[in-house]
Design a protein around this ligand. Sequence first.
Ligand SMILES: CC(=O)N[C@H]1[C@@H](OP(=O)(O)OP(=O)(O)OC[C@H]2O[C@@H](n3ccc(=O)[nH]c3=O)[C@H](O)[C@@H]2O)O[C@H](CO)[C@@H](O)[C@@H]1O
Ligand SMILES: C=C(OP(=O)(O)O)C(=O)O
Length: 426
Amino acid sequence: MRAAGPLHGKVQIDSAKNAVLPLMAAALLAQGPVILEEVPDIRDVRNMAQVLRCYGATVQREGRALRIETQKPCSGCEEVEKWSRELRASFLVAGPALARCGSVRVSMPGGCNIGSRPVDLHLKGLAELGASVEQRHGIVTLTAEKLTGAEIHLDYPSVGATENILMAAVLAQGQTVIVNAATEPEVEDLAAFLRTMGAKIDGLGQDTLTITGVEALNGVRYTPIPDRIEAGTLMIATAVAGGDVTLQRVIPEHLSPVTAKLQQAGAQIDQQPGSLRVVMQGRPKAVDIKAMPHPGFPTDLQALICAMDAVAEGTGVVTETVFENRFTHLGELLRMGAQVQLEDRSAVITGTWPLSGTRVTAPDLRGGAALVLAGLVAQGETVVDGAELIDRGYQGLELSLAALGADIHREALPQGTDGDAGVIMQ
Ligand SMILES: CC(=O)N[C@H]1[C@@H](OP(=O)(O)OP(=O)(O)OC[C@H]2O[C@@H](n3ccc(=O)[nH]c3=O)[C@H](O)[C@@H]2O)O[C@H](CO)[C@@H](O)[C@@H]1O
Ligand SMILES: C=C(OP(=O)(O)O)C(=O)O
């Protein structure tokens, strides 16, 4: 990539991948059709649609909306393993399909390779609601004649475990209390969505959720929250490349940890209801961050901050506390000339200007996006291979950046080729 100078313009942010995917799973609970608005056409949504089809749902795209209907839910199909390997959120069908069918077969999930990512907290919570659990050959079978409310203490505020237990509890008999629940905005959005379907949930956005089971839930039309990680990525891109970028359809409060760090880095940030403007002149100053559960700095933006610190003035310390193996992007940044030392769960990064463009490989979704950001200001051409991993979570990241003035395009694959797509910046 040849540095193309500052970014300028406006971008409309999509609905959040990590809100849409649990909402798709929750649609299995509804007696009628569910319509989700402003859903990005990303790989994870397509793969999740395939997973839902294995449980008897029909899933259709209608423009920017997704229509899901499950008249006759079923407990899983042969193909589920293949689709589940593609994404973590596939495991979120466990709670709702169990609640609706009384038994479910789910495959151990895939998703970003950023740690061991067990599902013990999901299974422990579902067992406490009365499910019997059997795990064999990568398939988990859950059975419960009836689910009964319980008080569940999570050892860790896991996003996915909170979501799975919540989706089972809404149809369980009696009251469920989830203590030490995750408080991420996407969990709150799921609870809000379930409420519009007729669920009884108290404590939205708090670390104790109280659920009173109901007999049945309705279909609804719903617009998921905007994607704070897509917005954060473009905010950090502006801090890296400089410029003046306005993000529309955002919830600025969801971005406050990012805003605070980018202000430290030298960006001027103007928040309006529903929009956010980032103005940046010159090179960013390095910042320290510690990725942790909400309301801490989001782990999904940790790699992007590594890219910013790699080109910043000074030295920043980036600490990851959520996933034990979420630093594989550092090896690729090193190939571009970054100065990085990894000490246990912290990366000490001293800014280098300019980085040097070369061929690198996206190690995972956000790690891939981080390499794109580094490529925006690296000298010469940067090619990011494995861009299909970036497509899991962004609908055309390169198109958004190109619209803002970056010199970036997607390498066309030879016809009929089914391999890695590269994103080229020159
Ligand atoms: C589809 C989706 O929404 N993905 C998000 C979700 O992932 P995900 O739901 O997988 O994240 P969790 O909050 O569950 O995981 C956090 C930590 O808890 C551990 N853990 C989790 C469950 C369990 O049963 N046992 C266990 O030990 C994990 O290994 C990890 O170290 O939240 C993460 C943390 O904000 C984000 O990075 C992901 O983008
Ligand atoms: C880690 C992520 O996704 P997943 O949990 O689906 O792997 C992510 O969105 O950054």
